[in-house]
Design a protein around this ligand. Structure first.
Ligand code: BES
Ligand code: ZN
Length: 456
C-alpha cells in the first residue's frame, strides 16, 4: 500500500486538475439541447476508464443517454467482484445568475472546487477512478475484481437503467455494489449510508375557463384555477406535516427503537442547522426528530407552482390555468406506483367540479435499506478509518438513488453507500462544490477499501 499512498499524495494537485476537465462538460441530462454534451461526457468517461487501465471499456446504448462500462477481472475467482456505480449526468444550473463563477468553469476557492457536478456526482466518480489508477499504475493489479458502470440519467430518475440491468445481469454479476453519491454526515464526520428514500413525482394541472378573464367582470362567479390548486395542495398535508392522502402510510417501514436510538446519538446541532439555513423554526411530522423526518419518514413537497400573472405591477386577471409539481419522498416498502395511484385518486376526490384537474406522474423510484452488519460494510468501516482517521457513523439519507433497490433485487447484491460529499455543498443548487480534503481522503479510503474487500 505504501507506494500506492505515495502516488496518491504526490498526485494530489494533478488529480484536481484532471477533475476539472470532467467538470467542464455540461452533461445536463434533462435538457434536450445538452444531449450532445451528455454523449461527449460518456466518451470522456470511457477514455478515462481506458487511461486508468480498465479493460473491455464500452459505451452501451439505452433508449436514452448511454451507460459507460469498464472492468478488471484478473484478481481471481477467489476474490470478490465489486460493481462500482456512479452517474456522469448533472442537474440544470438555473438560477445561473446566483453562481459566483460560471457552473462549467471549475474554480477553486479555499478548500473547495466549485462547479455543477463537483459533489453530485462527477467528483465522487473520479475518486473511484483515481483509486483504481493508483493501484494499477503502481502494482499492475487490483486486489479485487472490478466492474464500473456510470450512467447518464440518474438525475432524471434512471428511467432506462432497470431494463438495462435486467438485460445485462451476467455482465453486471457481482458480490457487492459500491456507490459514492451521498454525503458525509457533517464536516469531519465520515459516514456510511444504509438507507435511501424513494420518490414519486407528480404534476397537477388545473384548468378553469377557456381563456384568461377580467377578474372584475368574472371574479366571484367563476372558480379561479390558482385558488382551486391552492386548496388542493393545502389538503395534501395538515399543518403538522402529516400527509392526508388515504392509505399513504399503509406500507411504511417503521423506524425501530434501535434505529431511533442510533439517530439520537448522531452529532446533530439543531440550532446550527437552523442558522445555516437562516430559518427561525423547523417544521415536520409530529412525534419525530428532525433527522428522522429528513431521512427515515416519508414526506410531500411542492417543488414548483405557476399560473396567472407574474410580471411587474398588477394585472387584474382570472387565469385560465394553474399547475404544480409535487414530489413525495418515500421510505422502504412504499411502492411508487401504488403511491402515484393513491395520490391521483385523492386529488380527484378533493377537486371541485368547477375546474378540470389532471394528474400526471413524472417519475419515481423505490427506497432502499441495506443491512449494516455484512462483511462488505465491515470492510468499509476499516477503509474509512484508514482514509479519514475516524470511525464512520451509520446514516440514512433523505435523497434517492433509485437504482440501489434494483441492484438489490435484480443482482441480489448488497449496496454499500460510501459518500464523500457534505450536506452543505449545494448539490442541485448554485455554487455546488466539493471539499478537496474529502476528495483526497476519499481516494485513499477507496484504495484501502479494495484491499479490505480482498480479505473477505
Ligand atoms: N446524489 C443524489 C442522491 C442524494 C441526495 C443522496 C441527497 C444523498 C442526499 C442523486 O444524484 C439525486 O439527486 N437523486 C435524485 C433522484 C431522483 C431524480 C429520482 C433525487 O434524490 O432527487
Ligand atoms: Zn443529484
Amino acid at each position: 500500500m505504501e507506494n500506492i499512498l505515495k502516488y496518491i499524495n504526490d498526485n494530489r494537485e494533478t488529480f484536481v486538475e484532471e477533475l476539472k476537465e470532467f467538470l467542464r462538460i455540461p452533461s445536463i441530462s434533462t435538457n434536450e439541447e445538452n444531449a450532445g454534451d451528455v454523449r461527449k461526457c460518456a466518451e470522456y468517461v470511457k477514455a478515462q476508464l481506458e487511461k486508468i487501465g480498465l479493460e473491455n471499456n464500452m459505451i452501451l446504448e439505452t433508449p436514452g443517454h448511454p451507460v459507460v462500462y469498464g472492468e478488471w477481472l484478473k484478481a481471481g475467482k477467489d476474490k470478490p467482484t465489486i460493481l462500482i456505480y456512479g452517474h456522469y449526468d448533472v442537474q440544470p444550473v438555473d438560477p445561473v445568475e446566483l453562481w459566483t463563477d460560471p457552473p462549467f468553469e471549475p474554480s477553486i476557492r479555499g478548500e473547495n472546487i466549485f462547479a455543477r457536478g463537483s459533489a453530485d456526482d462527477k467528483g465522487q466518480v473520479f475518486i473511484h477512478m483515481k483509486s483504481i489508477e493508483s493501484h494499477l499504475k503502481n502494482t499492475g493489479k487490483l486486489p479485487v475484481n472490478i466492474k464500473f458502470i456510470i450512467e447518464g440519467e440518474e438525475e432524471i430518475g434512471s428511467v432506462n437503467l432497470d431494463n438495462f440491468i435486467d438485460k445485462n445481469k451476467d455482465l453486471l454479476k457481482c458480490d457487492y455494489v459500491v456507490v459514492s453519491d451521498t454525503a458525509m454526515f457533517d464536516h469531519g464526520v465520515p459516514s456510511i449510508c444504509y438507507g435511501l428514500r424513494g420518490l414519486a413525482y407528480m404534476q397537477v394541472e388545473v384548468t378553469g375557463p377557456n381563456r384568461d378573464l377580467h377578474s372584475g367582470s368574472f371574479g366571484g362567479a367563476v372558480n379561479n384555477p390558482i385558488n382551486a390548486l391552492a386548496h388542493i395542495i393545502c389538503k395534501l398535508k395538515d399543518d403538522k406535516g402529516k400527509i392526508l392522502i388515504d392509505g399513504f402510510y399503509d406500507d411504511v417501514l417503521k423506524l425501530t427503537e434501535k434505529e431511533r436510538s442510533e439517530y439520537s446519538k448522531l452529532p446533530f446541532d439543531e440550532k446550527k442547522y437552523m442558522e445555516g439555513l437562516e430559518i427561525n423554526g423547523l417544521f415536520g411530522e409530529e412525534g419525530y426528530t428532525t433527522l428522522e423526518r429528513a431521512s427515515g419518514r416519508p414526506t410531500l413537497d411542492c417543488n414548483g407552482i405557476w399560473g396567472g400573472f407574474q410580471g411587474e405591477g398588477a394585472k387584474t386577471v382570472l387565469p385560465s390555468k394553474a399547475a404544480a409539481k409535487i414530489s413525495m419522498r418515500l421510505v422502504p416498502n412504499q411502492e411508487p406506483d401504488k403511491i402515484e395511484k393513491l395520490f391521483t385518486d385523492y386529488v380527484k376526490k378533493i377537486s371541485p367540479d368547477s375546474v378540470k384537474v389532471t394528474v400526471k406522474s413524472l417519475h419515481g423510484g423505490k427506497g432502499a435499506i441495506t443491512p449494516i452488519d455484512s462483511p462488505g460494510m465491515n470492510a468499509a468501516v476499516e477503509a474509512i478509518k484508514k482514509g479519514f482517521g475516524k470511525t464512520p457513523v451509520f446514516t440514512r439519507e433523505g435523497g434517492s438513488i433509485p437504482v440501489v433497490n434494483t441492484f438489490q433485487t435484480l443482482l441480489n447484491a448488497p449496496t454499500i453507500l460510501l459518500g464523500f460529499g457534505l450536506p452543505d455543498e449545494n448539490a442541485h443548487s448554485p455554487d455546488e462544490h466539493l471539499n478537496l480534503n474529502n476528495f483526497h481522503n476519499g481516494i485513499i479510503s477507496i484504495a484501502h477499501y479494495f484491499n479490505e474487500l480482498s480479505k473477505i
